[in-house]
Design a protein around this ligand. Sequence first.
Ligand code: NAD
Length: 454
Amino acid sequence: MHNIASLQRQFFNTHATRDVKYRRAALKKLRTALKEWEPRICEALQQDLGKCATETYMTEIGMVLSSLNHTLSSLRSWSKPRRKYTPLAQFPSVSRVVPEPYGVALIMSPWNYPVLLCLDPLVAALSAGNCCVLKPSSMTPATSAVLAEMLGSLYPKEYVHVVLGGRESTGVLLEQKFDYIFFTGSPAVGHIIMEAAARNLTPVTLELGGKSPCIVDATANIRVAARRVAFGKILNAGQTCVAPDYLFIHHSVKDAFVEAYRTAVHEMLGAAPLENEEYTHIINRRHFERLMGLMADAQPLVGGKGDATTLRIEPTVLDGVTPESASMQQEIFGPILPILTWDAWEEVEQFVLSRPRPLASYLFSTDSANKKRFTQHLSFGGGCINDTIIHLAVHGLPFGGIGDSGMGSYHGKAGFDTFTHYKSVLSKANWLDLPFRYHPYSKFAERILRFFLR
Ligand code: NAD
C-alpha cells in the first residue's frame, strides 16, 4: 500500500493499458465477474445496509452492467485520435487530438451505493486506459471486502488494486503521487482531498453532496409528484446523494401533496414500513440518531417513527419547518422530507440561489414558463422535471456537481473524458520551410504575418 502508486506507474509505463483491446478485455472480465458474484454482492449489501436483492440489482449491479455495455459498445470510437482543422498559416501540417490515459488513478468511494460508486468510476478509468487504486468506504465492510476479493481475482495489483481500511489507509494513499484523483463523498472530506491533491498538482473530480431542493408548483400533477418524490426518498432509505432533500411547494397544493405522499408510502411499503424487510435501513446507529434528531423541532405529518434495533426510519414528512430548523442545516441523507411553502416563483429563485449550489434539483410542474425558469435561472449539477433521481441513469447526461456540490463529471462518454488527457499534436511536413517566422525579421515578413494572423 505504501508504494502502490509507483508500482502501478511502472506497469502503466509498459504501455499495456494503452491498447484498446487490453482495456476491452479488462471491462469484459468485470462484466462476467459481476454476474458470477451477484449472490455474494447481494449478501454483503444485505448485511451492510439491509438492501434487498431487487434494489441491489436496480441501483448497483444493473447500473454498472449497463455502464459496461454502453462503454464497450463505444470505446473504439471514443479512443480514436481526431483530426482538427489546421489554419493555412501552418501549412503543410496535420493536427490531431490524441486521447491518452492520465496514468495511475485513485478512486475513493462512499458507503451509500458502495458497489456502483466504486465500480462505475472504475469502468470509466479502465476504459480510458488507466491503472487504478480503489479505496471503498470502511462503513460498508462486507461489501468492500467482496469488492476487494472480486477485483483481486480479476486483475494483477499493478493494474487494479483495492485498499481497505479507514482514515489511516486514506492518509497513506494521499501521501503518494497519483495522476488523477476521483473522489465521491461529503463536501467536508472533499476539502481534505483537494488539499492533498494540490500538493502534487494532481487533477481531481469531486462528486459531493448537499441539499437538493424539490420544487412543486400549483400546476403539478400531485399524485404523480408524490409517488416520484416518495420513490426518491424511499430508495436506499433516502441515503442517496441526489435524493430530494427538502420540498419547496406552492402553499395551495401542500395539503393535497401530503395526503398523496401518505398514500404513496402506504402503497409502496405497506401500513408498517418499519417492518418491511425490503426497506433499506440507516447505515449505522450514529446516523440513525442524527436523523431522529433532525425531527425534534418540527411536526411529522407522515411517519416520524424509527426503530433503533433495525435502524429503519419511516418515510417522514415534516411540517412547521423554517430555514433555521435542524433539518434545513445539513444534508438529510435519510427518508425525512421537510416541507417549506412559497407563494410566488420569485421566492423559489431567491431561496435556492441564496444557498450553496445543489448536486440535484427537481421541479414538478406542467407550466412551461416555470420549467423554463427552472432550467435557465437555477444553478445545480443536474436534475429532472417531473421526476427525481433518474437523470443519473441516462448515459448521455454527464453527472456531477457545481460549486459546493463538486467539480467534474462522469457517466458514459463524460467518464471516459474525465480520465483522459486530450493531447494535441501537430505533425508538419519537411518539404516546405517558409522563412517568415525566423529572425532576422523584415518588413515583407511582417506583412505576410499580418496577413495570416488576424
Ligand atoms: P465521506 O466523505 O465521509 O467518505 C467518502 C470517502 O472518504 C470514504 O472512502 C472514506 O473512507 C473517506 N474519508 C472519510 N473521512 C476521511 C478523512 N478525514 N480523510 C480522508 N478520507 C476520508 O462520505 P460518506 O459519508 O461516505 O458519504 C456521504 C456523502 O457523500 C454525502 O454528502 C453524499 O451526498 C455524498 N455522495 C455524493 C455522491 C455523488 O455522486 N456526488 C454519491 C454518493 C454520496
